[in-house]
Write a protein that binds this ligand. Structure first.
Ligand SMILES: *Cc1c(COP(=O)(O)O)cnc(C)c1O
Length: 226
């Protein structure tokens, strides 16, 4: 074998990972928070195992995907090679994929309607596996976006009482200042007694950390443009 054919890529990926971790830590410090309370999820959607491997080699263990089928095709082999990987589903989930999602993922960030709650509860009862779940809130009230309406959140939380709901997740409107939406999600979580906040992507994760994010979902800042 050639010596280290991918050494340059591994070096670049490790550098991007270090830069994002440093930015998370700096934002946490500014907000008087402990960086250890913030989980960086590397969103690897569209990237293949070859692109993902350097981040694993650099020590990254939490990864996010937005499609169940794509994740099922590439992650089992990577997980077999490296114990301790945490897989997060960050994309919309169809009820007929609930069992596959429960089998594959450690955390599901996109619970947003009663029919999905029912499907997930059934899949968890059948499999005995109970991935932590977030309720996704359509924080900008956008027609095209997933997430439950703010007004429907209390009812959905009530309906989801049998699921291990740990917090709230949002994707704010594009090309707008995200801070007010992050602040609103933080208030909704507080009002409903939920500890965790999944918010912040490549463009705005530092703002999210300053407003209380406990996990940030970062793709392009780690992998490059999709
Ligand atoms: C793709 C995606 C991300 C990561 O987006 P970047 O802008 O590439 O960091 C985060 N959250 C969700 C829900 C996504 O679909």
């Amino acid at each position: 074998m050639d010596a280290e054919p991918f050494a340059a890529e591994r070096h670049a990926a490790a550098g991007r990972l270090a830069a994002v971790n440093a930015a998370v830590a700096a934002a946490a410090r500014l907000a008087g928070r402990d960086a250890a309370d913030i989980e960086l999820i590397a969103v690897s959607k569209t990237w293949d195992a070859e692109a993902i491997a350097p981040l694993i080699a650099a020590g990254q263990r939490s990864f996010g995907e937005n499609r169940v089928a794509e994740a099922a095709a590439k992650w089992p082999a990577l997980q077999a090679a490296t114990p301790g990987i945490r897989l997060h589903l960050v994309g919309q989930l169809q009820s007929n994929k609930a069992a596959d999602a429960v089998a594959l993922f450690d955390v599901i960030h996109s619970v947003d309607r009663p029919s999905l709650v029912t499907a997930l509860a059934r899949a968890m009862d059948t499999s005995g596996k109970r991935p932590a779940c977030y309720i996704q809130v359509n924080i900008g009230a956008e027609d095209q976006k997933g997430g439950c309406a703010i007004a429907e959140l209390p009812a959905l939380l009530g309906a989801a009482a049998m699921l291990p709901i740990v917090g709230l997740m949002c994707v704010p409107p594009a090309n707008t200042e995200a801070a007010p939406f992050f602040a609103m999600l933080a208030k909704l979580a507080r009002d409903n007694g939920l500890a965790k906040l999944s918010m912040g992507m490549s463009a705005d994760f530092e703002t999210a950390v300053m407003l209380g994010a406990t996990c940030v979902r970062v793709g392009s800042a780690l992998f490059g443009a999709r």
